[in-house]
Design a protein around this ligand. Structure first.
Ligand SMILES: Cc1cc2nc3c(=O)[nH]c(=O)nc-3n(C[C@H](O)[C@H](O)[C@H](O)COP(=O)(O)OP(=O)(O)OC[C@H]3O[C@@H](n4cnc5c(N)ncnc54)[C@H](O)[C@@H]3O)c2cc1C
Length: 415
């Protein structure tokens, strides 16, 4: 339908010169029949790199179509620093129209409601279906149980594109309406939750230094910082305590009110703002793609990143996919490392060539922003908490995101 639509538009554009129309018709018809569609659903860490690679060397006789809910993507590695006032909002954002237009690709801003892998169609909330020849699904993840509670104090970390505005809105509401300092809870004790606690505290103190709010990390686990060494966790615990950020473990939120969270045993913690930053869960739309999923609802893939429904030319990358025989943690580093394999396999599948396998690394450098211009760096058995670690993180993060920034997004935020 779209290809025929393109053809009609081209005909209307060129119908002023009859000779040209005839030649154009023949060339274009030949071309139209052979053109295939590579579709990227979500433009996150892995799929964005495909767009960049496409801009340098597009695949012949193929169009690239990108689907996103928002006109920009947010780079999670810089969100905590943005909250702490270390970066302006636009520094962590990638303008998709700028990136995609430069690549000569097409952008669809809409919500995917389902996919039919049999007839290769993608169905949207607000537009007609799109046919694909090859599809790469990379829509990330959502925080676990984020849709379970809907009291006004809950501020889920996703969609990340709107988090800063949603957080500020809730905080302003509390500052304007409470006759005491607000109590702020971060639900989720993973590395993201810890970074958010440090950096949100910094944001708060910069804005209203006269207040002394209470900050708490609440986690259902027995310890915070899953995946970190016990020595790094000890250091982080000391630092959290120094900054008066309380850590409460074994606390699974079972109920919320407008100013509190209540756990499985009925214990209540006052919380006027609740940042919901629990571990990665599958976005509900993944269950509507007609494809195999793992126990947690993420798309099941083999090592080539192709879905285990082998007859379909569909890949699942980043947080959205799980390599069933060798699963990795849901982290941006893996999504980034998958990009060259995905690009190579997208080209291979269009040529009926064999696919490459992705081998996830077991160890990776972890750097956590602690909000005050320092970061905690952990690599293998070593760890450091210093200014140079923050500088290194900032250098790595900025170098990464700037590769995709062809237009800066205007921020309303005052630093
Ligand atoms: C606060 C925070 C800090 C983090 N810091 C780090 C870090 O320092 N290092 C690290 O390795 N990992 C980090 N992570 C984890 C990291 O963000 C994820 O693992 C990573 O984003 C996964 O990349 P992705 O491409 O799968 O998804 P994403 O980067 O989330 O991209 C998915 C894109 O798809 C879009 N999308 C969603 N649904 C749809 C839909 N239905 N249709 C179309 N588009 C859709 C989203 O808007 C988004 O732009 C952090 C996570 C958080 C929450």
């Amino acid at each position: 339908m779209t290809r025929f639509g393109d053809f009609i538009t081209d005909m209307l554009l060129y119908n002023q010169s009859e000779d040209f129309v005839v030649v154009f018709y023949l060339v274009r018809t030949h071309h139209v029949l052979k053109i295939r569609s590579l579709v990227l659903m979500g433009v996150g860490h892995t799929n964005a790199d495909v767009v960049l690679k496409w801009s340098k060397s597009p695949i012949e006789n193929c169009r690239l179509v990108c689907i996103s809910k928002f006109p920009y993507s947010t780079y999670s590695g810089m969100l905590p620093g943005t909250l702490a006032g270390q970066f302006a909002s636009e520094e962590m954002q990638i303008s998709l129209p700028a990136l995609i237009e430069r690549a000569g690709a097409e952008l669809i801003l809409d919500d995917v409601v389902s996919v039919n892998p049999e007839n290769r169609t993608i169905h949207f909330a607000n537009r007609s279906p799109l046919i694909f020849d090859v599809l790469s699904v990379g829509i990330g993840s959502i925080p676990a149980e984020s849709n379970k509670f809907d009291t006004i104090n809950i501020v889920p970390i996703k969609p990340m594109q709107t988090f800063v505005e949603r957080f500020d809105y809730r905080l302003n509401h509390c500052l304007n309406n409470l006759d005491r300092s607000p109590e702020i809870a971060i639900v989720g004790g993973g590395v993201a939750g810890i970074e958010l606690a440090f950096c949100i505290r910094e944001r708060f103190l910069r804005r209203v230094p006269s207040h002394s709010p209470r900050f708490r990390i609440l986690t259902s686990g027995e310890e915070i910082g899953d995946g970190l060494s016990s020595d790094s966790i000890r250091k982080l615990r000391r630092l959290l305590s120094k900054k008066s950020i309380e850590v409460i473990t074994g606390f699974r939120v079972a109920k919320t009110t407008h100013e509190a969270v209540i756990n499985q045993n009925g214990r209540s913690q006052q919380a006027d703002v609740v940042i919901w930053a629990t571990g990665a869960a599958a976005p509900p739309v993944l269950s509507k793609l007609g494809l195999p999923v793992d126990d947690a609802g993420f798309l099941a893939t083999d090592k080539t990143l192709r879905t285990t429904a082998q007859n379909h030319p569909i890949f699942a990358v980043g947080d959205s996919g799980t390599i069933i025989v060798d699963p990795s943690p849901k982290a941006g580093v893996y999504a980034v490392r998958q990009a060259p394999i995905l690009w190579s396999n997208l080209k291979a599948i269009l040529k009926n060539d064999s696919l490459e396998e992705f081998s996830p690394q077991k160890e990776f450098l972890k750097i956590l922003n602690t909000g005050e211009g320092k970061a905690l760096l952990q690599y293998k058995s070593m760890n450091f908490h210093a200014k140079w670690c923050w500088k290194l993180k900032t250098y790595i993060d900025k170098s990464f995101v700037q590769k995709y920034q062809f237009e800066k997004i205007q921020s309303q935020e005052k630093k």
